[in-house]
Design a protein around this ligand. Structure first.
Ligand SMILES: Nc1ncnc2c1ncn2[C@@H]1O[C@H](COP(=O)(O)OP(=O)(O)OP(=O)(O)O)[C@@H](O)[C@H]1O
Ligand SMILES: [Mg+2]
Length: 243
């Protein structure tokens, strides 16, 4: 087991719990997707795992060690990277500078070597390395954010809505990149609104609603579960029948 939360409770405002006891597991090499309605607590879960929010109860265990309440910096050193849903690049900085910031606090990372690895993985960024990130398209910015998170060679990548707001063409490019990153041995925990597409490529998935687990299982099984499809995937498993 790489990462596991057990009964995780967290929130922002005193006495208001957004996560009401969430259990998720991430095994080595997996892609796991969290889906659920707006406000379900999906982003809150990733923030809590990355140490941006202190758990009020429950545990977060990374490779056998408790990280609940640890600082983000220490969680990052332990091999976890995070791409937030919003504000995930520095717009006035160039692509290159954004990537370098991804490894800033890490003396153990060969920045030049990692940058070249990132340009190999995202050739589009190589051509634009001196361009300010804020002048790039949404899909390109998402690539910058992902590359920045990959700079320290994480074992686990937390992705919050990587395909949000992108054109259908770029959605495919980003999902292909997620698969490629996973193929390089990075375990992925992602949140996605593009639930069908994401679950189809996931080993396992979880449906969160109102800060609690609702359904979980292999990605395909969730897609084929009529209750999940009806409640959370916008309609039934099959198109409505005539008559
Ligand atoms: N910084 C904050 N301060 C107070 N409440 C917050 C904060 N961030 C989120 N919330 C609240 O926590 C709840 C869950 O938010 P969260 O962002 O985790 O949902 P989500 O499942 O990621 O939704 P979406 O699909 O819209 O991204 C919401 O009711 C939201 O208003
Ligand atoms: Mg969110």
């Amino acid at each position: 087991m790489m990462l596991r939360t057990d009964g995780l409770v967290a929130g922002y405002v005193p006495e208001v719990d957004i996560l009401g006891g969430v259990d998720v597991e991430l095994r080595e090499g997996e892609i796991v997707t969290i889906v659920g309605p707006n406000g379900a607590g999906k982003s809150t879960l990733l923030k809590a795992v990355f140490g941006l929010l202190k758990p009020r109860a429950g545990t977060i265990v990374l490779r056998g060690e408790s990280i609940g309440g640890s600082r983000t910096h220490d969680i990052s050193r332990a091999g976890v990277s995070y791409v937030p849903q919003l504000g995930n690049v520095f717009p006035s900085l160039t692509v290159e500078e954004n990537l370098e910031l991804g490894a800033l606090a890490r003396k153990d990372v060969d920045v030049g070597e990692r940058e070249e690895a990132m340009y190999a993985m995202f050739p589009r960024l190589a051509e634009r390395r001196r361009q300010p990130a804020g002048t790039m398209s949404g899909g390109e910015r998402q690539m910058v954010a992902m590359a920045r998170a990959l700079m320290p060679s994480p074992e686990i990548l937390l992705l919050d809505e990587p395909s949000a707001g992108l054109s259908p063409e770029f959605v495919e490019v980003i999902f292909a990149k997620v698969a490629e990153i996973n193929g390089h041995g990075v375990t992925v925990l992602m949140v996605e609104q593009n639930a069908r597409r994401a679950l189809a490529m996931s080993n396992r998935g979880y449906v969160l609603d109102l800060g609690r687990n609702r359904f979980e299982g292999p990605g395909r099984a969730l897609l084929d579960d009529p209750r999940v499809a009806e409640l959370y995937l916008g309609g039934g498993v099959r198109p409505p029948q005539a008559g």
